[in-house]
Write a protein that binds this ligand. Structure first.
Ligand SMILES: [Zn+2]
Length: 187
């Protein structure tokens, strides 16, 4: 999203942080999590926690706090779905949900990657790189997706001693229940 105050994207909303980082107002019901992005759309800085009205003013969002809340609520759902996908993908490749992969995990994932991505050899022939690089890149992206879900869904998600079968977590189940076909944009 582009505003006259610079570029940013919404990560979602959270009730874990109830103080606006911008003005210091406390005891908010929830805050919106915003990530500054650079001109290329890459993350550029740390996530910020703003009250929605404050975010609208600070970032120059048309539609005020209501527009911010609506966009951030949608982003929260997307963040949770991305993390859900990330967990499923990491399990498919036998990769850890957090931390570094072992050499054995890397080798297994490389074999699986070649099997599941038929164009990979052609891509390497054209652009260079290795399958290991692609696996490392995938691991980093999936871990980033999970980290964003932790931001919106709370500290409980950090506990990797718990079974991370998020599909059965009440929060996700509630989210799925709210998704209708109208929410699925096909273009
Ligand atoms: Zn504020």
């Amino acid at each position: 999203m582009t505003t006259d105050k610079g570029n940013f994207r919404y990560i979602g909303t959270t009730s874990d942080v109830v103080e606006c980082e911008n003005c210091g107002k406390a005891d908010l019901r929830c805050t919106v999590i915003i990530m500054p992005v650079d001109a290329e759309g890459n993350d550029d800085g740390e996530p910020c926690y703003y009250g929605s009205t404050c975010a609208a003013r600070a970032l120059g969002v048309r539609g005020g706090g209501a527009a911010v809340r609506s966009a951030a609520t949608g982003a929260r759902l997307q963040t949770l779905m991305n993390a859900h996908d990330a967990v499923r993908m990491l399990k498919l490749y036998g990769l850890p949900l957090s931390g570094e992969m072992t050499d054995d995990q890397r080798k297994t994932a490389v074999r699986a990657y070649v099997r599941y991505n038929s164009g990979v050899q052609a891509r390497i022939a054209e652009h260079g790189g290795t399958v290991s690089d692609m696996v490392r890149d995938m691991l980093a992206r999936k871990h980033a997706a999970i980290a964003e879900a932790v931001l919106v869904a709370g500290a409980g998600w950090k506990d990797d001693k718990q079974p991370l079968d998020w599909g059965y977590r009440p929060e996700i189940t509630r989210c799925w229940a709210q998704v209708t076909w109208d929410d699925v944009k096909v273009d």
